[in-house]
Design a binder for this molecule. Structure first.
Ligand code: ATP
Length: 493
């Protein structure tokens, strides 16, 4: 898959726009348009339902973005949340030192009269054999030695801009959960193991944002902190290790259930030198993005590091009392941490298909029904016929009470179908002359409409009064199209 295709579809159909585009854009932040906000909300809603509401061992939280600055001291972000950065002395562009070799580079080749060439990432010049030493973008400037650059956005809390009022936009949602551990415990009387989930914005002043919404400076995370008693064992293994494996599989299976092909995902085990100093083990789920295998989410065993740090800095005890062993325990934490925007991008990439239908190109987003921005589109076959239009509007109003439904009569039917295919709408309902009849010819309508399914493009003729029940089966109960097709006659295309 080519990223440009997805970027252009996103802009054209209103999934994603560049932030502040009329001012030239920021290049590092993105706005979700009418279809984008629906898809994004659906991803978050389904994640919350599956991982919080349906599980007996999970609760939710919505902590504030601005927190006490000591949170970031205790968590280690002030001292360690840095990336090595290099600057070009000529064009002043900045790069992450560890990623500079992963970019194509510009080369003025002496062996070819100083002509300019773009050389693929990591390769040497085929003419003179040179390796990249200068700035990859301008090809002229020397790069400075790497310096550590803190990724947190600083701001001031309150009316006085002084050192004492410095705080940060959170770079992850996780810390809001740790500092509320005791509040949640007291309020809910939970026993270990249990988890707290949160969805919210996070901000990182990334040195080199890019690859569309894959790496931006403002993004959303869906995070879980799952607290486990490290003294327990499950199936003869430490409970934290057992829970870690369960979460890795649960997360992988979740992405598969909602549309990612299993062979487009891969697990990556962090090697010793890659592992954060507090982590016992970390596994990333990688997805095959157009720029290569890259992190979709991470699942870390953060041990008792965070709770101990916050206990130390706050002076408050952050423990759980184990009634059986009569002892205070600092739980171990398993942290599944997913980016909403990266999930969005992966679902979009996996859903995108181009195919040929009757000699014409059809672009279709085979999004999972639960994720599709629009569930039903009501389309009139003839917009000149007042009864057809009126019936179409009435049906939209009826269906929109339960499912996201649109009405569209701005083109001929073939084009209307294509437009819905392109944004992933699973079902179209078409009102035609037969539905409403023809008063001039004294013909009564049959009161039936055509439902068309996106993927197979099969069409059924269904009485209007049955629509509510049909869509309840398809969209609420998740029944297969084949189940419905058994009950109604096919409509001619
Ligand atoms: P990377 O190595 O790609 O910078 P990370 O390991 O720093 O990611 P985590 O701190 O583990 O990322 O954050 C958890 C998740 O949040 C990531 O798996 C990703 O889905 C998402 N995420 C992190 N940084 C960004 C970003 N700049 N833009 C979009 N999503 C992000």
């Amino acid at each position: 898959m080519n990223m440009d295709v997805i970027v252009s579809l996103s802009k054209r159909r209103g999934f994603i726009f560049q932030s502040s585009e009329i001012y030239g854009g920021t290049g590092s932040c993105w706005d979700y348009g009418p279809f984008g906000v629906e898809l994004k909300n659906n991803i978050k809603r389904v994640w919350w339902r599956d991982f919080v509401q349906r599980r007996p061992d999970m609760v939710g939280l919505d902590a504030s973005i601005l927190m006490h600055p000591t949170v970031w001291k205790a968590s280690g972000h002030i001292d360690n949340f840095t990336d090595p950065m290099v600057d070009c002395r000529e064009c002043k562009r900045r790069f992450r030192a560890d990623q500079v070799d992963e970019r194509p580079w510009l080369h003025y080749c002496e062996a070819a009269k100083g002509n300019k060439f773009e050389i693929p990432a990591g390769e040497t010049c085929q003419r003179c054999g040179a390796r990249r030493t200068l700035c990859p973008e301008c090809g002229k400037g020397e790069l400075t030695a790497p310096r550590q650059f803190n990724l947190m956005f600083k701001t001031f809390m309150g009316p006085v801009e002084e050192d004492a009022s410095v705080t940060y936009l959170r770079p992850e949602t996780a810390q809001g959960i740790f500092v509320n551990f005791d509040n949640v415990l007291q309020a809910t009387r939970r026993k270990l193991p249990f988890g707290i989930a949160q969805i919210g914005k996070a901000f990182r002043n990334e040195i080199t944002p890019g690859n569309f919404i894959f790496r931006s400076r403002e993004f959303e995370q869906m995070e879980i902190e799952y607290f486990v008693n490290p003294h327990d064992t499950v199936d003869g293994r430490p409970a934290d290790e057992h829970a870690h494996d369960r979460w890795i599989e649960a997360c992988r299976a979740w992405f598969e259930e909602y549309g990612l092909a299993p062979d487009h995902m891969r697990l990556h085990e962090h090697a010793g030198d890659e592992l954060a100093h507090y982590a016992k083990r970390t596994v990333d789920i990688l997805y095959q993005f157009p720029m290569g295998w890259s992190e979709l989410m991470g699942i870390a065993n953060r041990t008792d590091f965070d709770l101990k740090q916050h206990a130390k800095f706050s002076g408050k005890s952050l423990t759980w009392f184990d009634e059986d062993r009569k002892e205070q325990v600092v739980p171990y934490v398993i942290e599944p941490s997913a980016g909403v925007d990266r999930a969005f991008l992966a679902f979009l990439l996996d859903a995108y298909q181009e195919e040929e239908v009757r000699g014409e190109k059809r672009v279709v987003l085979r999004l999972h029904r639960e994720l599709a921005p629009i569930k039903i589109a009501v389309l009139p076959l003839l917009k000149k016929r007042g009864e057809i239009v009126a019936r179409g509007h009435a049906l939209r109003d009826l269906l929109a009470r339960r499912w996201t439904t649109v009405y569209d009569d701005t083109a001929a039917i073939g084009r209307l179908y294509r437009r819905q295919d392109e944004v992933g709408t699973p079902y179209c309902v078409t009102v035609d002359v037969k539905t409403v009849g023809d008063a001039d010819k004294s013909e009564a309508g049959d009161g039936k409409v055509t439902i068309r399914e996106r993927d197979a493009m099969e069409q059924l003729r269904v009485p209007m009064e049955a629509l509510d029940g049909v869509f309840a089966r398809l969209l609420d109960e998740g029944r297969a199209w084949g189940d419905i097709a058994r009950d109604f006659p096919r409509a001619e295309r």
